[in-house]
Design a protein around this ligand. Structure first.
Ligand SMILES: [Zn+2]
Length: 402
């Protein structure tokens, strides 16, 4: 946050900033026509000293250019005490960066900032700084406390994606200070996970997890796998994005949507953020905190998804002993990753039912005989993982038909 605006900004700029600080819509602070003119410099020709202040920052960055246009508005968040607090959202970019401007039809950078700050503050924890700046610079995308950098982009969805991702890093690792040099997945993957929902909210669509799912399955199918906990400088470069970002992000998505359910996951995730804000959690701290808060043993999931290179192959073998009111569906877990088994049963009379068998069925054996109360109906087909949500490396054995 500037602490000497009166010494480095013109009266017009300060008036416009005051307007922006009370506005939900972006306001121009430096317009296209003002770039390069004397009007944007407050006093004299000598050097100006800009002063900034920030608390709870692990690092810092700054940017300066006489080619920057500048627009700003406020985000409004609820702080730890339940009080509303405004955050200044602002963007700096050259005239050529059309998709950045607030006159672009997709919204522009400053509206993206406002969305991300408000969305993550509401879901995770209050944004801790008074300002967020997005700078159009030479980097593809990079995060610092209160300031992010995104490269020039011509695709608005691409700019949204990078802006939202770099802002997500405020929570992981700026607030929850994990060690990105050793455990890259603890910030990149957690961030990828929250980005799935933020993007869906901005565009008003369902979460898009296709790429995460495909890349996870690709990893799990590879002969030479590396686990997520591999140090980033020891991971194969072309796998870094797949492992640290997508497989980790998808793992948390499955934990939320399938394994724990939203309510339990969100409570546990909030607990992790609360306990480890401005502290330094190791992977085991994350695992323990989630288990503790969710009240369940997830060692099978941590082992299979994060700690070891494993693959999942669930199979339905056959329907056996179909007599009277019951049938036995024989299931196999052929890989070394285990999962609860979502299953859809369709009967010959056209009725259908869905059920999920708990992961505990794999505690003692790789084969499970599932007793099904059919009420005298005949089973026409059984499909496991019917929504293709799990990274099953062989889907050909996921269906049995009469
Ligand atoms: Zn990142």
């Amino acid at each position: 946050m500037h602490t000497n605006e009166s010494e480095v900004l013109t009266q017009t700029q300060r008036d416009r900033l005051a307007q922006a600080d009370a506005s939900d819509e972006p306001v121009w602070i430096v317009t296209k026509d003002e770039i390069g003119s004397d009007a944007i410099r407050p006093i004299g020709d000598g050097p100006l000293t800009w002063e900034f202040e920030i608390e709870n920052a692990r690092t810092f960055a700054w940017a300066a250019s006489d080619a920057f246009m500048w627009d700003a508005c406020r985000a409004t968040i609820t702080d730890e005490n339940g009080m509303e607090r405004d955050v200044r959202c602002q963007s700096f970019f050259p005239v050529e960066a059309k998709v950045w401007g607030n006159d672009h039809e997709d919204g522009g950078s400053t509206r993206y900032i406002k969305h991300s700050i408000e969305y993550y503050s509401e879901w995770l924890s209050p944004y801790p700084y008074p300002v967020m700046s997005n700078i159009n610079g030479p980097e593809g995308g990079m995060e610092y406390p209160g300031i992010i950098f995104c490269g020039a982009r011509t695709n608005p969805e691409g700019l949204f994606g990078v802006t939202d991702h770099e802002i997500g890093h405020i929570w992981f690792p700026m607030i929850v200070n994990s060690d990105e040099r050793r455990f890259m997945w603890q910030d990149e993957g957690f961030n990828t996970f929250i980005n799935i929902y933020s993007k869906a909210a901005w565009y008003g669509k369902r979460p898009d997890i296709k790429r995460h799912m495909e890349q996870t399955t690709e990893i799990c199918s590879a002969i030479h796998q590396q686990p997520i906990v591999t140090a980033p400088d020891r991971a194969w470069p072309r796998w870094v994005g797949r492992l640290m970002y997508r497989k980790t992000g998808y793992g948390l998505y499955l934990l939320r949507e399938f394994i724990l359910g939203r309510e339990r996951f969100d409570d546990a995730f909030a607990q992790y953020i609360e306990w480890w804000s401005f502290k330094h959690p190791q992977p085991s701290d994350f695992f323990r905190t989630i288990e503790d808060a969710a009240g369940t043993d997830l060692s099978w999931f941590w082992r299979g998804w994060f700690l070891e290179p494993t693959s999942l192959d669930l199979a339905v073998v056959k329907v056996a002993q179909e007599e009277g009111d019951t049938a036995i569906v024989v299931l196999d877990s052929l890989g070394d990753m285990v999962m609860p088994v979502p299953m859809q049963i369709i009967y010959t009379d056209g009725t259908a039912e869905s059920r999920t068998l708990p992961v505990e069925i794999w505690h003692t054996s790789t084969r499970w005989n599932a007793g099904i109360q059919t009420g005298g109906r005949k089973i026409d087909s059984v499909t496991i993982d019917p929504d293709e949500m799990l990274p099953d490396t062989n889907r050909k054995n996921n269906r049995w038909e009469r």
